[in-house]
Ligand binder design. Structure first.
Ligand code: CTP
Length: 405
């Protein structure tokens, strides 16, 4: 972190006192810290304490001509490597989500070209209110990073999520945010499919599979971290989306295909979803009832579109199309055949047969894969899904560097 710089926006809330400690810890680590203190923030901590700790001038008023001549608000918002909002109030979150610029803090947030990390702090009911939920969703989709809020007793006596993360947790989040390389794939657009699809049989039943989406979500996270403009098209899963990707939720294979096509053109497509190969020919509009004396219904299946093959043969084909191959036997030969059959550039193959304990890689945290391209086959050791994702993205980055030179 040494040598990096942070613009800290201190919003109005009792947690503002923790921001003083945060400044101290950043300065201790050699991080140059400049602060904007909002008018409400100044009700809780004084400009003097902030100035003393940062050893910098404290900015607070958008219309101060002296400030503007020393350092304009645009420059202030861009001079740092990262913008941190702590405490991030409902007001600041709402303003940024709505694109409002009514004071220096909100103007700097809109004008910055750097990542924003927010440490929200507010009353639990406020945090849970539909409007703050909406702001948080919009901000997350726009790529704003979050740390906290934590659960606990609040200054107002209520209990629940709303307490600002502790200064050391914020420092760790800052460290992570600063470590995001964020440039190798700048200007590239990536599409990632993940999770299962669900194919309805009637309003309450569907045909699905056990995919957890973890590997695909990790890949979307790694692509976005490398700077790619990343769209994650996901079937129904239980995990949270990485904060800096655009998430498109779908249910069926046909919706997934339509969502992918709507995002073309793209440079990179990584198709990790476990798409249902078939769907019930008819989805009933009302629940299929069990009737005495009637035989069990027979479900006829029809084939779903193959999204990977469709994109690989599309008029707007992404420059690099990567498919997955989930195999239970003859992994390498089946996956190699799948690569040419589907027209993918690369296939990431994994063995999804059960181990001795009846567990499969589906749903687990680790994965052991083989990367198959037109010219090579590499077997990677077993590693965490996040590491598989990072390694795959390194290969993707290398591929584009090689093809550019
Ligand atoms: N795939 C897809 N659309 C489908 C089926 C699969 O896009 N309708 C993609 C998956 O996302 C994955 C690759 O195709 O990238 C291979 O998936 P897999 O389930 O291993 O292959 P299948 O097509 O089901 O082939 P098989 O049943 O022969 O193993």
């Amino acid at each position: 972190m040494r040598g990096k710089s942070v613009l800290l926006i201190i919003g109005g809330g009792i947690a503002a006192y923790k921001s003083l400690d945060l400044i101290r810890r950043l300065v201790e680590r050699g991080v140059k810290t400049r602060a904007i203190l909002t008018r409400a923030g100044a009700e809780f901590v004084t400009p003097l304490s902030v100035a003393a700790l940062t050893a910098e001038k404290v900015y607070s008023d958008l219309f101060s001509l002296t400030d503007e001549s020393e350092m304009g608000h645009i420059e202030l918002s861009r001079a740092a490597d990262l913008v941190v909002v702590a405490p991030a109030t409902a007001d600041l979150m709402g303003k940024l989500a709505a694109g409002l610029a009514s004071d220096l803090a909100s103007t700097a947030l809109l004008a910055t070209d750097k990542r924003i990390l927010m440490a929200p702090a507010m009353n639990v009911r406020m945090w849970q209110s539909p409007s703050v939920r909406r702001s948080a969703d919009i901000l997350a989709r726009d790529g704003v990073l979050f740390v906290g809020p934590n659960d606990g007793e609040m200054a107002c006596g209520e209990f629940g999520p709303g307490r600002m993360a502790e200064p050391l947790e914020i420092v760790t989040a800052i460290e992570k945010a600063l470590a995001i390389p964020g440039s190798a794939l700048n200007g590239f657009k990536a599409l990632v499919t993940a999770g299962p699809t669900q194919e309805p049989l009637d309003p309450v039943r569907f045909l699905g599979n056990r995919s957890s989406g973890k590997q695909g979500y990790a890949i979307a996270d790694a692509l976005a971290s490398a700077g790619a403009d990343t769209v994650l098209i996901s079937g129904p899963v239980e995990i949270a989306a990485p904060s800096h990707v655009k998430l498109v939720r779908v249910t069926t294979a046909r919706e997934m295909l339509a969502a992918c096509e709507a995002e073309l053109p793209a440079d990179i497509a990584v198709m990790s979803a476990a798409v249902a190969d078939w769907r019930p020919e008819f989805a009933m509009n009302s629940k299929i009832k069990k009737e005495a004396g009637h035989a069990a219904p027979v479900v006829r299946l029809v084939e779903n579109p193959d999204i990977l093959a469709e994109l690989a043969h599309h008029q707007k084909r992404p420059r690099l199309v990567v498919g997955f191959a989930a195999e239970t036997d003859d992994v390498l030969s089946h996956a190699t055949a799948k690569r040419s059959r589907k027209g993918a550039d690369w296939i990431v193959a994994n063995d999804v047969s059960t181990n001795g304990k009846g567990e499969t890689v589906m749903g687990g945290e680790r994965n052991q894969v083989h990367l198959i391209t037109a010219t090579k086959q590499e077997s990677w050791p077993e590693m965490a899904k996040a590491d598989v994702a990072r390694r795959l993205v390194q290969h993707i980055t290398q591929h584009f560097q090689d093809t550019a030179s």
